[in-house]
Ligand binder design. Structure first.
Ligand code: ASP
Length: 355
């Protein structure tokens, strides 16, 4: 026989209410927008990429593979070192991106791809998750490290976005390092331009072929203070013309950071990333839907970018320190180094994300 029902004790009601609130509610402060990721992640960490695309083992030599891992390792070591010593996320992402810009393997800074005119036009952006300040430059031709110029735009001007000669004049006024055009001349990128020119008009998939060469670089970080930052730098796409600018310097598309949710740096076919506002969309899903960073990244890459035919990937870190690295391409040069952990780098899609 069932025992007659008894009134619930006040203590039991309180305990149950506490349990339900903990187990069922999203991680939310009183009155705040629901947030995902209740469990704290590493206290600090940096996540980087060196571009996504058709990167396969067949298209790689052991030597080249080792060079990519070594370059990613160097960027992680510098970024992680800054964070470990209590430096800011902003300093960490700039330092990491500068290393990748100076490495000819990547399509940013020194290894930038060529435009249809045989020149190099570089784009970069940075965002500070603590203040929502941002800086971006596009179409600069003589700045050695465009990410440093983007940071100057953010910190030393009342503006967010500067292009071409104006951006370079501003940079000169602030002592930014410039180089001769020959600094950006690498044989690999020059040959890629010749192939693109030859196949243009006859082979509509030339840009997909060149996808193999894509190597935009980016970094996101969380520092000990809990502040987030994102930075991205690129030469854009081989054979680009008419002043084409991709997603990288478009705040919210290729680069975004907010302490309320996450920091994101993207890489891939920029036109699609602009149209689907990838970086901000991931953060917005966390803020408004309470999704985890991983779920939000997958939803945006698969259900927004992917359905339009866009290809690429993102690296991201959330406000609790969880990293995410996600792409819909066969490979993405990527890595992370989280507090208390070891550096992780990967190239191919089947290597997981190291977590
Ligand atoms: N997103 C860059 C652009 O479209 C290219 C890349 O990521 O490799 O300019």
């Amino acid at each position: 026989m069932r025992s007659p029902s008894r009134p619930l004790s006040a203590a039991f009601v309180a305990l149950t209410a506490t349990f339900l609130a903990t187990a069922c509610a999203p991680d939310t402060e009183a009155g705040a927008t629901p947030q995902a990721s209740a469990a704290p992640g590493p206290e600090f960490g940096i996540v980087i990429h060196g571009g996504a695309g058709t990167i396969t083992r067949e298209s790689m030599t052991d030597e080249l593979e080792a060079s990519y891992h070594a370059a990613l390792d160097s960027a992680l070591a510098v970024g992680h070192g800054i964070l470990e010593q209590g430096g800011t996320a902003l300093d960490a992402v700039v330092a990491a991106v500068r290393i990748l810009e100076d490495e000819p393997l990547f399509n940013a800074g020194r290894g930038a791809v060529f435009t249809s005119d045989g020149t190099n036009e570089l784009d970069a952006a940075i965002m500070d998750g603590a203040t929502l300040n941002a800086g971006a430059v596009a179409g600069v031709k003589s700045v050695k490290n465009p990410i440093t110029l983007a940071r100057l735009v953010m910190e030393e001007s009342p503006h967010v976005f500067m292009v071409g000669e104006g951006a370079e004049t501003f940079g000169a006024q602030h002592g930014v390092e410039t180089v001769d055009a020959s600094w950006f001349h690498t044989e690999q990128r020059w040959e890629a331009l010749q192939r693109a020119r030859e196949s243009e008009g006859t082979d509509v998939s030339w840009h997909l072929e060149e996808n193999r060469m894509i190597g935009t670089v980016g970094a996101v970080a969380r520092d000990r203070n809990g502040d987030l930052a994102a930075a991205t730098s690129t030469g854009g796409m081989t054979n680009k013309r008419f002043g084409r600018v991709g997603d990288v310097p478009v705040i919210g598309a290729g680069t975004y950071a907010s302490n309320a949710s996450c920091a994101v740096s993207a890489t891939g076919h920029g036109e699609y990333f602009i149209r689907t506002v990838v970086a901000r969309e991931i953060c917005a899903r966390m803020e408004y839907l309470g999704e985890s960073l991983q779920a939000a990244s997958e939803a945006v890459i698969n259900d927004r970018l992917g359905v339009l035919g866009g290809t690429g990937g993102v690296v991201a870190i959330d406000r609790d320190g969880h990293p995410a690295l996600y792409m819909n391409t066969p490979g993405m040069y990527r890595g992370h180094w989280m507090a208390g952990g070891r550096p992780f780098t990967a190239i191919y899609g089947d290597e997981g994300d190291g977590r």
